[in-house]
Design a protein around this ligand. Sequence first.
Ligand code: ADP
Ligand code: MG
Length: 468
Amino acid sequence: MQTSFEELQLSPALTAVVQDLGYTQPTPIQIEAIPALLAGRNIIGQSQTGSGKTAAFALPVLQGIELERCELQALVICPTRELTAQVGREMRKLGRKHRGLQVLELVGGQLSRPQRDSLERGAHIAIGTPGRLLDLLERGFMKPESIKTVVLDEADRMLDMGFDDDVHKIISYLPENRQTALFSATFPRGIEAMSREIQPDAQRITIETSDKDLADIRELKLCYGSDDKILALCWALQSQSAESALVFCNQKTTVREITEELSRGGISVDRFDGDLEQFNRDQVLARFRNHSVRVLIATDVAGRGLDVEGLDLVINYDVPEQAETYVHRIGRTGRAGATGVAISIVRDETDRDLEDIEEFTGQTIAILDHSASKSSTLAELLKQLAEGPKMETILISGGRKDKVRKGDILGALTGDAGGLDGKDIGKIEIQEKLSYVAVSRATISDAVSCLNVGRIKGKRFRATHVGR
Ligand code: ADP
Ligand code: MG
């Protein structure tokens, strides 16, 4: 028996949007959570990463928004800035038929003033990280009285990061009769305690992971023995001819070292770790998502929740210390029905940490045969891998606040105005105050100059080519 989105009592507008997005069927967590949330129940929802939890709460939240009342009606608490941005994107995507919908992202590491101003102007949905949300509440900038629903996304991660006090404090500001939804990929004891306190009557929804809905990820290990580890990384990259690869290291210093090494070798690579400033983080992720960077080297900051469409390869340059971390890392690939490959680089076949992981996941990790590339030197391998990225990224100095839409950017680049072909234009990401557009490598300078000369929405914006 298959359930359709219509059967979940979603409005025709939302049903149409999910159809446009190509969501042919709701996922198991969506099938359970959407009707419960629409019925006003408190829920605690658990299902694995990549199973569509965001839409499971975003759709009912959107359905409950009264657009004509320009006040905060829903609050989503997320553990990190990146997740906040991601939930914001999904919320806007699903809410694109809600005319005038205002979704705010309230995170630390950015000036609080513009966020306060936006709150003052009024918004329907706020998404943010605990510290900043609490600060805005305590100082009276955020008015919680009209909030009908609060969602805690990635609650397990929130506990890991020590946010439980902040979360409790935030909750204490919210109306008593609100609806509370808590989502988590795992279910440690702390979550249960938190749920009991903030939503005593919650309905529990657990989606057991059956082999059938397990993300389709081929898990492999590559043993480098007495060879250089960086050589092994190149073997791993070469074995898959992947469009994009995410490489995890346990330490920032390793991230820097191998990013530099690969970059010197001519590989399209960038790094993502906790040392990057917020603006650079956003930029790096946007470039990775739109295929302007082929290999991203990251610490576990990137391991959780990040959803990169079409990511087909994850490499563990270092095996993580915890099995859970491994699961989260490899969960970045093989999402929502696509197939992915995860390769862990180990010295010996009998790596203890990897054996622990196999025990934890119940999956066997097969050995990747790299005998074909073993005779190549590092220099030779780098040369083979040194293929430029498919796309390049342009940063445009206008975003949602300036009423810039995807169609406007597309319009400025194509047709009589820009002269570019639609096929040369890749992903367009509109953020609050800026936008990113990917264009094919050959057209980058034409695209930059046409955007700088032309107008978008009758206004002039600055366009710059962003690279490493
Ligand atoms: P989770 O929060 O459980 O880790 P996400 O909400 O990030 O998962 O969803 C993972 C991916 O699946 C996203 O790219 C999302 O757009 C996509 N997705 C969500 N629901 C569906 C659906 N019903 N059909 C197809 N894809 C979906
Ligand atoms: Mg999620």
